[in-house]
Every structure is written in C-alpha cells, then in structure tokens.
Design a protein around this ligand. Structure first.
Ligand code: IPM
Ligand code: MN
Length: 334
C-alpha cells in the first residue's frame, strides 16, 4: 500500500500561535508513527512580528507557500488580521469558512445539545473593505454576487449530503438589505431546488441569533453571508465552551487554510499554558479535507479521550497543565 505524503504549510503567527502550533505538530508526528501517513512541514512568517521585522505582515513567500502546499495550518495573529487572513481568504478564493459547533466532554457548555455547522461565505459582503470616510461621515459597501452566493449555498448542501444532515438554513437580512440579501436568497433558492430531498428554510439573522441561543438543536447546517457568519459562529462557539475549543477551515477549490477561531491571546502568550485543542481540532478538519477520514477521526477521538478523562487540562478548563502536557496526552491517546 502506498502511504500518503503531504506537504503542509505552517503559519504559527503571533502570541500563543507558535505554542499551539508546536502542540499540534506534536500530535501530527504521533499520527505519522501510528498511521504511516507522512507530513513534511514548512513554516512561513505572518503577522505583527513579521510586519515589524520586514514591513509586511503577509510576505509573498507565505502566499506562495500556502498555494504550493497540499494543505495549510494557520494559528493566529495579533493586530494584523486585516492584512493577513482576510487577504489570504480573498486572494486565494477560499470561499468557504467552515465553523462547526459541538459540545465536548469535560468542557462546560451552555447548550450541550448543540451540533451544527456554520458555512460562512468567506470572500465578499462587508469584508470587501470598500468604503471611505470624511471626518464626520463614513461608509462601507456590502458586495454580494450571485456566483459566490450560489457557490456557498451549494457547498452547504453538499456538506449536508456528505455528513448525513437533512436541514439547511439560510440566514439573511433581506427585509432590510433588500439588494444584497435579496440576491443571496435568490441564489440560495435556486440551489435548494437542486436538493428536493433536503429541508431548506430561511431565517432573518436577528431571529436566527435568538433561536441559536434558545434552540441550537433546531439547526443542522447554517449558511450565510460573511459577517453574519462571523458573528453567529462566535455565538455558537459560546454555546459549547468558547473560542478555546473552536476549530475552523478556510476552504477553496484546491487550497485550504485551517485555523483555530481564537486570537493570539497576548495575556497568556509565552507562558506555555494556552489550550491547543482548537488548533489540534483544526488539524483534524484539515485531515478530513485531505480525505484522510480515519486519521481525522483518530485525532478527534484522542482529544475527546483526554478531555473526557479530565486528568490533563489547561488552566482555561480549570486544570494546571501546560500546552505541551496536553499535546503529549493527546499524542499518547492516539
Ligand atoms: C474570524 C475573525 C476575523 C473575521 C477577524 C480577525 C478579521 O474574527 O476569523 O472570525 O472577522 O473574519
Ligand atoms: Mn470572528
């Protein structure tokens, strides 16, 4: 049997980024030993420190590295998100932002019954950053295209199909944003007609936010525009244990960047106590995207086992263990 070999681009970034990335590589190394899948890593510069050093937060070499790799893992940056992950998403047409929310054993959750996937459009909307201001007046333009809307909703239905889900909810504000979300809904309805066996419904974003908090179990796959997806995915993460646990993926046709949703956490950076779960779980999502489903499941199961046993916990989960000890426990659980 020929064993798969993957070139991975690693973007550790700032703050706790290098710490959670090291922890994740430790787990991937252990996976190599267990499965025979092999990884070749190449680390690239990104973020605040790189901007200070070279004048740019996103060197061309990093963009090229992400493009050339089979897959990419990005940890986090500090103040330079607008100059790093946003252009990466848009330039590389990583048009899907996949944001699961599911409760984990041993992690306090407001709504443990939550089990949903937010499929967020990742290239347009208000994130186009088109606008201007004068001293006392300002505007940002919200851009929605039929093509991007169609593609994101298509992805949501295909995700439902591949993962045994039956219901897709399109979230919008077409009652006010009549041009943009009117078009988004038009595309969504066109896609929905291609999937007659699936339940399709629509929800206005304010009502969706409330329903998400009160009845998260009523959602399976949520598909929405860029900023609504940004906000609702934090709401969903808050229902199941916060950003410390939340993985995500920026996915395009054949390029991807998987990333924990959390930021660089400067308050705890360098202390070796950050919870690496979100980054490790992002690596598991990356493995799934690489069609290494068994390996992905192994990693998730190992994280769940460590959380469930509760013997090794980082301080955010009420424990006293280090990032490294947590990673070693996950590696051992493989
Ligand atoms: C996220 C973040 C980014 C976003 C910021 C840091 C630009 O909040 O990935 O959710 O708004 O997309
Ligand atoms: Mn966000």
């Amino acid at each position: 049997m020929v064993m798969a070999k993957y070139n991975l681009a690693l973007l550790p970034g700032d703050g706790i980024g290098p710490e959670v990335m090291d922890a994740t590589v430790k787990v991937l190394d252990a996976l190599e030993a267990k499965t025979g899948i092999s990884f070749k890593y190449k680390t690239y510069m990104i973020g605040d420190a790189e901007k200070k050093r070279s004048g740019t937060a996103l060197p061309q070499e990093t963009i090229d590295g992400v493009k050339a790799a089979n897959a990419c893992l990005f940890a986090c940056v500090g103040e330079t998100a607008k100059e790093t992950i946003l252009p990466l998403r848009q330039k590389l047409n990583l048009y899907v932002n996949l944001r699961p929310a599911k409760a984990y054993p041993g992690v306090p959750a407001l709504k443990p019954e939550t089990d949903l996937m937010i499929v967020r459009e990742n290239t347009e909307g208000i994130y186009k950053m088109i606008g201007d201001r004068s001293p006392k007046s300002a505007f940002n333009v919200r851009v929605v295209t039929y093509e991007a809307s169609y593609n994101i909703v298509k992805y949501a239905f295909e995700y439902a199909k591949a993962n045994g889900k039956k219901k897709v909810t399109a979230v919008h504000k077409a009652n006010v944003l009549d041009y943009t979300d009117g078009l988004f809904l038009e595309a969504a309805r066109d896609v929905a007609t291609e999937y007659p066996d699936y339940e399709y419904n629509e929800l206005i974003v304010d009502a969706a936010a409330m329903r998400l908090v009160m009845y998260p179990e009523s959602f399976e796959v949520v598909v929405t525009t860029n900023m609504f997806g940004d906000i609702l995915s934090d709401v969903a993460a808050g229902l199941v244990g916060g950003l410390g646990m939340a993985p995500s993926g920026n996915v395009g046709e054949d390029i991807c960047i998987f990333e924990p949703v959390h930021g660089s956490a400067p308050d705890i950076a360098g202390k070796g106590i950050a919870n690496p779960s979100a980054c490790i779980l992002s690596a598991a999502m990356m493995l799934e995207w690489l069609k290494e489903k068994d390996a992905a499941e192994m990693v998730v199961a190992a994280v769940l086992k460590v959380l469930e046993e509760g013997k090794v916990k980082t301080p955010d989960l009420g424990g006293k263990n280090s990032t490294n000890e947590f990673a070693e426990a996950v590696a051992a659980a493989l």
